[in-house]
Design a protein around this ligand. Sequence first.
Ligand SMILES: Nc1ncnc2c1ncn2[C@@H]1O[C@H](COP(=O)(O)OP(=O)(O)OP(=O)(O)O)[C@@H](O)[C@H]1O
Length: 238
Amino acid sequence: MSPPALRCAGVAKSYRRMTVLHDASLEVGAGECVGLVGVNGAGKTSLLRCVLDLVAVDRGTIEIFGIDHRQPTARAALAFLPERFAPPWYMTGAEFIRHLLRLHGLAPAPAGVEEALRSLELDREALQRQVRHYSKGMTQKLGLAAFLLIGKPLCVLDEPASGLDPKARALFKDALRGLGRQGRAVLFTSHNLQDVEELCDRIVVLHGGHVRFSGTPSDCRARYDAGSLEQAFLRCFE
Ligand SMILES: Nc1ncnc2c1ncn2[C@@H]1O[C@H](COP(=O)(O)OP(=O)(O)OP(=O)(O)O)[C@@H](O)[C@H]1O
């Protein structure tokens, strides 16, 4: 059996004396979309930073398609969109996309560029402007378009829909569903439980660095005898 796209097992992380992750485990399989949820400060971004090897884990293991995440070859299979995506201010949107594709060894105009831009309604005229003139939502759309274009099998996004207007949010959700149809594994954090319920096959609820629940959104509602995922989420901490 092939290994999952991502497996975190018993991950612990402390910053100085404060432990922010205690024995956190999760898995994301190919074609699966997993939502990582939790209140502010629960440890979501810290877990993603561990996956990306931006910080060293104190205990536990992380594997990407069965390879230790500390190996650069393992992380080559992963695309990450940070919460505050900040492309170099002096580039135009088009230059940024060309630059990113070149960094990933992709052709300057691979099939799908037009589709990715159109799917997020980033128009050609906007792409010719420097990104410092972009609104927050436009910058986020540029990040998402670039993220979609590099076509990695494991997609990790930190609060990708924050700053998007309702229409852009709907376009973003379509884009995420498209990733699943292409068999890619998706892990994203969000505070929007409606989006999470709509998009995710499974959710992982973190609280104080502990995994409080891991399973399908409907199992979460059933376990906490709740009418909505939001209610179930709140009962996870009682
Ligand atoms: N570099 C750091 N040094 C010290 N403490 C940190 C550092 N990064 C995060 N923390 C602490 O770790 C805890 C978890 O933070 P983290 O950013 O992982 O939470 P989060 O679940 O992503 O929160 P949010 O929903 O607000 O983005 C918080 O108490 C935070 O203050």
